[in-house]
Design a protein around this ligand. Structure first.
Ligand SMILES: C[S@@+](CC[C@H](N)C(=O)[O-])C[C@H]1O[C@@H](n2cnc3c(N)ncnc32)[C@H](O)[C@@H]1O
Length: 332
């Protein structure tokens, strides 16, 4: 979940240490009586902080059944103010109404995998410990092993290149296809050795398997598609004045968030400086709450090295119809 060479810091151990917690609360600014959504419940670090900060009602969403089990236990501590919902945050515009919630005052997303997911070898996310080649956050659907054992060589190379930013993606994909003809991949150790046999260790000491594992994880969980759907869903379910706070750890994710906010917050100069005949720019549906990207302060970086690649962006919804509603002529 990081943009740094090491996606998962070996020093980060369960339970998950929330990142940019102070800054998240400041931008989300939950208040009494409000309805807030934590779309990435994880170990509940953000959720607990929000519930302790203000007497609001909070809906925690996670696709990982073990995170859901943690959240279900947490509900007893908060006297009806906390509700755990199992599912994908990209589906929040349908998941929440199914729980009787149409509009919300705040949404926070802390994108990526949790320390628990990484640390448990049997989840198959890590190349540091041997485990089944799985990587599914939701523990359902096709696993990383299914993909590497059945996909076309070119598709494997594209995934590793696009989501892992591995320059030697073709070499890696070729090796995978060659090796699976002998023995299908079942373990993280097997895949890590295959990658290490064709990609040299860089001078900075980063494990050559890092980028391939990252690419496969993003693909298996459709992480960028989920984020894109969640941002659009947030636009439709946030009330006027509602806040959207997103924390990312990877440049591909941050780029998506940055572009979304840039488009939706608009450029006020463009609105007023339109030339005659030039089509009207889309009216902004958000205004920015973080003119500059927010990163961790020195004290947090010292306490939690995982925070070094975290980026927070936030914006506030206004009362104009959502972009989706404008396109369909609906009222969302
Ligand atoms: C970085 S952790 C969140 C940690 C949390 N903020 C805390 O303080 O404990 C990310 C969590 O989001 C979940 N997650 C990732 N993608 C998701 C998605 N598309 N839908 C729902 N949950 C998702 C993961 O299963 C993981 O538990």
């Amino acid at each position: 979940m990081t943009n740094s060479p090491l996606p998962f810091d070996p020093s980060a151990s369960a339970p998950h240490k929330p990142v940019l917690l102070r800054e998240m609360l400041e931008h989300l600014n939950p208040a009494e009586g409000e309805i807030i959504v934590d779309g990435t419940f994880g170990a509940g670090g953000y959720s607990r902080a929000i519930l302790d900060h203000a007497p609001c009602t909070l809906y925690g969403i996670d696709r990982d059944p073990s995170a859901v089990a943690t959240g279900t236990k947490l509900a007893a501590d908060y006297d009806g103010r906390f509700h755990m919902v199992e599912g994908c945050f990209g589906d929040m515009a349908t998941l929440l109404p199914a729980h009787g919630v149409a509009q919300v005052d705040g949404i926070v997303l802390d994108i990526g995998v949790s320390s628990m997911q990484i640390d448990q070898a049997d989840r198959g996310f890590s190349f540091r410990t041997d485990g089944p080649l799985d990587m599914r956050m939701s523990m359902s659907g096709p696993s990383a092993a299914d993909f590497v054992n059945t996909a076309e060589e070119e598709d494997i190379a594209n995934v590793i290149y696009r989501f892992g930013e591995e320059r030697a993606s073709r070499k890696v994909a070729h090796k995978i296809v060659e090796m699976r003809a002998e023995t299908p991949f079942t373990s993280t150790g097997q895949l890590a050795s295959a990658v290490r046999s064709v990609v040299r260790k860089a001078k900075d000491g980063i494990d050559p398997a890092t980028r391939t594992f990252q690419g496969l994880r993003i693909h298996v969980n459709d992480e960028l598609g989920e984020l894109d759907r969640a941002l659009n869903a947030a636009e439709t379910i946030l009330k006027p004045g509602g806040r959207l706070v997103v924390v990312t750890f990877h440049s591909l994710e941050d780029r998506l968030v940055k572009t979304f906010f840039k488009e939706r917050c608009g450029d006020p100069r463009k609105q007023s400086r339109r030339l005659p005949g030039e089509p009207e720019a889309a009216k902004p549906t958000f205004s920015t709450l973080s003119r500059k990207v927010v990163t961790a302060q020195k004290d947090e970086l010292r306490a939690n090295p995982r925070a070094r690649s975290a980026k927070l962006r936030a914006a506030e919804r206004n009362d104009l119809p959502s972009t989706a509603a404008k396109k369909t002529g609906g009222a969302a």
